[in-house]
Design a binder for this molecule. Sequence first.
Ligand code: CP
Ligand code: NVA
Length: 309
Amino acid sequence: MNVRHFLGLQDAGGDALAAMINDAIDRKAARAGKPKGTTDSDAPLSGHTLAMIFEKNSTRTRVSFDMAIRQLGGTGIIMEAGSMQLGRGETVGDTAQVLSRMVDAIMIRTDDHAKIEELARYAEVPVINGLTDLSHPCQIVADLLTVVERGFALPGLQVAWLGDGNNVANSWIEAAGLMKFTLRLGGPEGYEPDPQFVDRARQAGATIEVVRDAKEAVRGAQVVVTDTWVSMGQPGGEAHVAALQPYQVNAELMGLADPSAVFLHCLPAHRGEEVTADVIDGPQSAIWDEAENRIHAQKSVLLWTLGRL
Ligand code: CP
Ligand code: NVA
């Protein structure tokens, strides 16, 4: 069998993505009430080791993958790229081949997406995208899980994305193409998502609209999503923040969404910038479930890449 990398949602496809969500729901229910570090009763990845490489900061991705591999019965090794030989010029290809002889899967958070593609090209074990400048597929597995848990069906769902058309937005667009939901992105000129993601999702039959008016983006939506205005590695600055200001998710904007709408944010959040405190801490916010679901989603991703799903 070919190695199953997970560089984007497309690597899995719609059926596997649905299977991941279902498996996460089942596993989450089966271990309810257990201490978080205990192993799932079937320990499906017993004896397996996951290497996690970080070239950027992380709280959720780091802890959720570490807990995920533990709960599946395996072991994790966390490495900061700067303290690896990778940080002193050892090539990505050599690193991939060495780690492939030592561990069963590699998760990496990096900047340039080409780097993870190179890692996957040389790796003989699955490589998982823990965020690049282009995409953040693991986050979206958790987000879709959260949406399904709240009782929404994915086909036909109406999702609004507000603000910067960043890596998380790109993965939402990819998900829309695979799961056939409608995504309306509201943002300023110059902050659009990657056009290749938009084209692919449209070709797959999803309705993807990129609009300038925040109200139009959010009207009638069942899920309202935003993210930081300045992603890691972006320069930001006053003009950047000013351009995105009209897309702040506040009570007035949430009021235009469907009354049953949930608010999502991958976190970390900047209260008072991309979202107001009353929305993120309010009754429609599902952010803490969303954050917890990173563990359950990451377990499904690990199981899929290792051929157990
Ligand atoms: N949402 C997310 O990926 O969070 P971290 O940057 O803390 O990993
Ligand atoms: N778009 C954000 C996501 C952080 C999880 C970033 O890349 O910094």
